[in-house]
Design a protein around this ligand. Structure first.
Ligand SMILES: [Zn+2]
Length: 389
């Protein structure tokens, strides 16, 4: 059986070589991780999606007791399409600036790599409480894999004490995050020649009205900026990410879809934006559209919902993580992570991982070598803590 592990950076090199853009299967990467764990005699469990094209992985090292620590991360990455990269996004490229470049280095294979490289250290240690790994798929398209993973994990292992979600926080301890909602709005119009606007109704034009209304709502919500929470910006945000519609320049469009979403501050009403959008559509927009043609329709379909993270629910995890980072304060973040999903199972959860979120989703994404070192130090302290429970 193997006892020597690759360094966290060598492990990262292996992980970034798999193109796990969310639209692709992550199975090759997951099987590679499973194979790696097997080499150390660590058996892992896969939790596949319904189609069997993707899988979450979880495993435990150490005694089968309560009070373990879950190290959690997502294996998917965002696309590199159309981004000007200076190096191959699927090859770890160290540069003289001390940074390691590749897609997913910071968001968030860096943390997974560090956790995996610590497998033999976890095995050698006389752990009093177990270390659990929980690696998911489809985080980047709405945290689709994590709910099944969290459920499986909670059912399969004695109650863990805390979850660490290793999203990039520069190894700061984050105990508050926004809610995240993703919605698809489908506008159905009625085709007509573009010179005969009185005979049909354009789905694209009404989708445009809806975008305009979302912009106004966003401005209103920005007026309610909060100062009790240190996220920037300190208010609910709305974004229309994808607009698809129409077939020709001279046809009133039959269909237009908007893939949009919002982020609500922890403690605010996470359903306000959706509720107001539904009301606006039912009371104002759809009647106007139907007045042009009775076949018109607008539907809102929830694509994803990620629960927020409230500081007071995670004090236990924050206290521990601060011990391992040596930090003296916690932070809040405006983005949504899988932390809210674990928290919804009642386990104190914080976000803490290597790299800067401003690097995430960018061309030339990188993680600083010093951040990987800091993550190694964190895991080392965590190991010693688990030995001395
Ligand atoms: Zn991420």
């Amino acid at each position: 059986m193997r006892t020597q592990a690759p360094s966290s950076i060598e492990m990262l090199e292996r992980l970034v070589a798999f193109d796990t853009t969310s639209r692709n299967s992550n199975l090759e990467l997951i099987q590679s991780i499973q194979g790696y764990l097997d080499e150390f005699g660590v058996k892992s469990t896969l939790v596949p999606n319904a189609e069997g094209t993707k899988a979450n992985l979880f495993t435990s090292i150490g005694p089968e007791t309560e009070g373990g620590i879950v190290l959690s991360g997502h294996t998917d990455v965002v696309p590199v399409d159309g981004q000007p990269w200076d190096s191959d996004p699927w090859t770890l490229t160290p540069k003289a600036d001390g940074n390691l470049y590749a897609r997913g280095t910071c968001d968030m294979k860096g943390f997974i790599a560090a956790a995996l490289s610590h497998v033999p250290a976890f095995q050698r240690a006389k752990l009093k409480v177990p270390m659990h790994f929980a690696f998911s798929y489809d985080e980047e398209i709405g945290c689709l894999g994590a709910p099944a993973l969290a459920e499986k994990l909670v059912g399969a292992v004695p109650r863990p004490r805390a979850v660490i979600v290793g999203e990039p926080t520069m190894m700061g301890v984050v105990n508050a995050q926004n809610y995240g909602g993703g919605i698809v709005a489908t506008f159905t119009g009625f085709e007509a020649h573009s010179s005969m606007t009185h005979l049909g109704v354009s789905a694209v034009h009404f989708a445009g009205d809806f975008i305009h209304w979302l912009n106004e709502l966003q401005e209103e919500l920005a007026q309610r900026k909060r100062t009790d929470i240190d996220t920037v910006p300190g208010h609910t945000t709305i974004n229309v990410g994808i607009v698809t519609g129409g077939t020709a320049g001279n046809i009133l469009a039959r269909e237009c879809t908007l893939n949009w979403g919002y982020r609500t501050l922890p403690g605010d009403d996470p359903w306000e934006v959706q509720r107001r959008a539904e009301a606006y559509i039912a009371e104002l927009l759809l009647p106007r559209m139907k007045a042009k043609h009775p076949a018109a329709d607008i539907t809102l379909k929830r694509r994803s919902f990620v629960p927020g993270l409230l500081p007071q629910e995670n004090e236990e995890a924050a206290k521990l993580a601060l011990e391992w980072t040596g930090g003296n304060r916690t932070y809040a973040v405006p983005y949504a992570t899988e932390a809210g999903i674990f928290r919804s199972h009642g386990i104190p959860t914080v976000i803490c991982g290597p790299g800067d979120i401003s690097q995430a989703h960018q061309p030339n994404e990188f993680v600083a070598r010093s951040q990987m070192d800091a993550c190694d130090t964190f895991l080392g302290k965590l190991t010693r803590w688990a030995e001395t429970r």
